[in-house]
Design a protein around this ligand. Structure first.
Ligand code: MC0
Length: 140
């Protein structure tokens, strides 16, 4: 069976203060922000730091009832999800569904940077929230 995952696209870290977190990475590692975006549908502001072929994605909520807002209230700052790059999110979802894996998104949706994304529920994924990322826009 062929492997679906091509690379770790990003590791996402939930933070309370985006600018302070950016500054921490800059001072600790010399890491610079390469992209900033507000994604209203997800209720997040993100800052992306490039790490080789991958990114660290710093996330802060734009509203308390968003996924990252609820996570921060419950667990505090820390790793929120791991995102894997795939060629075809829809095909990866079909494979997961056939395996009986619990999905959050039955169909792909729009992510930051014009990517196409979908989330897999942490309950059925060894306690880790997984995001699948396909480069290129979601048409739908
Ligand atoms: C909740 N749980 C987590 C978790 N969030 N476990 C691991 N990692 C997380 N991030 C666990 C809880 O502890 C709980 O476990 C169970 O999941 C249900 O939690 P809940 O509190 O009842 O549920 P909610 O309402 O907080 O929803 C959790 C869920 C939600 C993962 C379904 O956050 C979601 O739909 N996430 C997908 C969208 C998202 O995260 N968007 C933000 C990033 P127990 O054991 O107590 O049952 S957007 C993004 O990243 C975009 C911009 C991009 O990259 O392009």
């Amino acid at each position: 069976m062929t492997a679906t995952l091509e690379a770790v696209d990003h590791v996402a870290i939930a933070v309370r203060d985006l600018r302070a977190a950016e500054e921490w990475y800059r001072r600790a590692f010399g890491a610079e922000v390469v992209h900033r975006e507000r994604v209203e549908e997800q209720g997040v502001d993100e800052a992306l730091l490039r790490v080789g072929e991958s990114y660290v994605q710093l996330l802060t909520p734009t509203r308390p009832d968003s996924p990252v807002g609820k996570f921060l209230a419950k667990k505090g700052e820390g790793i929120h999800h791991v995102a894997y790059r795939v060629k075809d999110v829809a095909a990866a979802l079909a494979r997961l569904e056939a395996e009986g894996v619990e999905l959050i998104d039955a169909a792909p949706r729009r992510g930051s940077r014009g990517t196409t994304i979908a989330f897999v529920h942490p309950r059925g994924a060894l306690g880790t929230l997984i995001e699948l990322v396909q480069e290129g826009p979601h048409h739908g």
